[in-house]
Design a protein around this ligand. Structure first.
Ligand code: FAD
Ligand code: NAI
Length: 467
């Protein structure tokens, strides 16, 4: 029987990063993955393919809608959806093969098959053909991720009533895509098809989009996406989703409580994701799930079994690739006797619509609820020279700082390139900078980053320069 210091179950960004860090720290490491390709949800059916389609559809949208404003005549621009999807598949293939290379480089044993706990120190790996292998290990890291949540009354046929996985592989551009859920997946994949020419209607249960992010971002994104042509039904409760041939019908109660029906040709259900633990044999190690199906862990990410850890989407917290990665590093370093730490408040969240949305730290709603006294500074993107030059003028930057100490407590952005801009805020907050610290740092001109400086100036003493 093969023996390891660590066996990682699941090869998403949590699992493969944990495996690399364990190997770097000298542990004999195995990685178990039930699918043929490594990389998990993120690389295969999540972050990477969705961003490939977002980028391709954005090129089309710009050529179709915006190039003429820049004096570029393109004639009739057409979409070849199959080619776009093939390119996306190629990007995924290169990225997942990159993980194979990293496993080889770090001398990690990769075992393909369903991993399950036989007991606390033995893992069974069952291949597709039913062949079973048993391995022994000192420690286990569970990184089995998540799956799309379903609606109890809707049968997901995966042809017309679909999840994000199918939405990344459609054979045609929907005429009318109905999206259930105005969260991250709904708005990102809704944007892809909206740009390619679909009519897109979002039905959201709450009274705002992207709940969880700062309210100013929800409002601004709502406004911008509506301008782009996306339609929204907020405060709406879906009651039935049905299919009749090529048509799907979505019945819902609108915000006044009246019954309404939408008819489309595809319905994307994007109402959140749930932790995935099926077939894992947790009971053989005495591990019980919490009320939301997550694996309970302590602050060291240790489960109730003292040699078994869990990370990423399968535990509490934001379901984000970079959160899973940080947790993978943390467990590996703890196993090597180090004392790592994660500040969950400083894990940024990004939505890859255009403009992008990004936030880190506390939202204004959270500060109010906690009773923290704060100052808010804001700057509109349209006041930037760089924004006018490129034509991407929508959005804002908001900086929240402690009223007394001026320490930055939250930064929230809607802007072209917000996904990259948020890094400055994360660094500043990691070093506990004040708004004035950011305001006094030289920001290259002309850049979008100048809006962060201006919002910080506004938060410091209401002394933004260019407004
Ligand atoms: P996963 O990536 O889900 O990986 C778990 C792996 O474990 C899978 O490969 C699975 O097959 C395997 N597995 C499960 N059970 C077993 C078993 N018993 N034996 C062996 N293997 C098993 N996050 C971002 O930060 N940025 C983004 O832009 C982003 N975009 C997204 C877009 C979409 C459409 C979706 C669906 C998600 C997106 N996410 C994004 C979320 C991100 O994909 C997840 O947060 C991340 O993948 C979680 O990583 P993980 O390692 O916990 O699990
Ligand atoms: P989400 O939690 O972002 O959004 C789900 C939305 O559906 C919420 O607005 C919720 O109020 C709404 N909703 C729930 N039940 C509903 C119902 N019955 N009817 C109508 N609306 C309903 O979840 P989503 O978009 O499915 O994404 C899952 C996870 O994947 C997210 O937690 C996110 O962290 C991750 N992800 C991250 C991305 C990124 O970082 N850019 C991109 C895509 C996904």
């Amino acid at each position: 029987m093969q023996k390891f210091d660590v066996v990682v179950i699941g090869s998403g960004p949590g699992g493969y990063v944990a495996a690399i860090r364990c190997a770097q720290l000298g542990m004999k490491t195995a990685l178990v993955e039930k699918y043929d390709t490594l990389g998990g949800t993120c690389l295969n059916v999540g972050c990477i393919p969705s961003k490939a389609l977002l980028d391709s559809s954005e090129h089309y949208y710009n050529a179709h809608k915006n190039f003429a404003d820049h004096g570029i005549e393109t004639g009739d621009v057409k979409v070849d959806l199959q080619k776009m999807i093939d390119r996306k598949n190629q990007v995924v293939k290169q990225t997942t093969q990159g993980i194979d290379y990293l496993m080889d480089k770090n001398k990690i044993t990769v075992l393909h098959g369903l991993g399950s706990l036989k007991d606390k120190t033995h893992v069974l790996v069952e291949k597709n053909d039913g062949e079973k292998q048993e391995i022994e290990t000192k420690n286990v890291i569970i990184a089995t991720g998540s799956k799309p949540s379903a609606l109890p009354f809707a049968k997901m046929d995966k042809e017309r009533i679909i999840t994000s996985t199918e939405a990344l592989n459609l054979k045609e551009i929907p005429k009318h895509l109905i999206v259930i859920g105005g969260g991250v997946i709904g708005l990102e994949l809704g944007s892809v098809y909206q740009r390619l020419g679909s009519e897109v209607t979002v039905v959201e249960y709450l009274d705002r989009l992207i709940p969880g992010m700062d309210g100013a971002l929800s409002k601004e994104l709502h406004k911008v996406l509506r301008k782009q042509g996306m339609k929204f039904n907020l405060s709406s409760k879906v009651t039935e989703i049905s299919r009749d041939g090529d048509k799907v019908k979505v019945a819902f109660e609108n915000k006044k409580g009246d019954a309404e029906t939408l008819e489309g040709d595809y319905c994307l259900i994007a109402v959140g994701r749930r932790p995935f633990t099926e077939g894992l044999g947790l009971e053989n190690a005495g591990i019980e799930l919490d009320e939301r199906g997550r694996i309970p862990v302590d602050e060291h990410l240790k489960t109730s079994a003292d040699n078994i850890y869990a990370i990423g989407d399968v535990i509490r917290g934001a379901m984000l690739a970079h959160k899973a990665e940080e947790e993978g590093m943390l467990v590996a370093e703890q196993l090597a006797g180090q004392k790592p730490h994660i500040d969950y408040n400083l894990i940024p969240g990004v939505v890859y619509t255009w403009p992008e949305v990004a936030g880190v730290g506390k939202t204004e709603e959270q500060l109010k609820e906690e009773g923290t006294k704060y100052k808010a500074g804001q700057f509109p993107i349209r006041a930037l020279g760089r924004a006018r030059a490129s034509g991407d003028i929508d959005g804002l930057v908001k900086v929240l700082a402690d009223e007394k100490t001026d320490e930055v407590l939250g930064v929230h952005i809607v802007s072209a390139r917000a996904a990259d801009m948020i890094a400055e805020a994360v660094v500043a907050m990691e070093f506990r900078a004040s708004a004035e610290d950011i305001a006094r740092i030289s920001h290259a001109h002309p850049t979008y980053m100048e809006a962060v400086k201006e919002a910080a100036l506004d938060a410091t003493e209401k002394r933004a320069l260019h407004i």
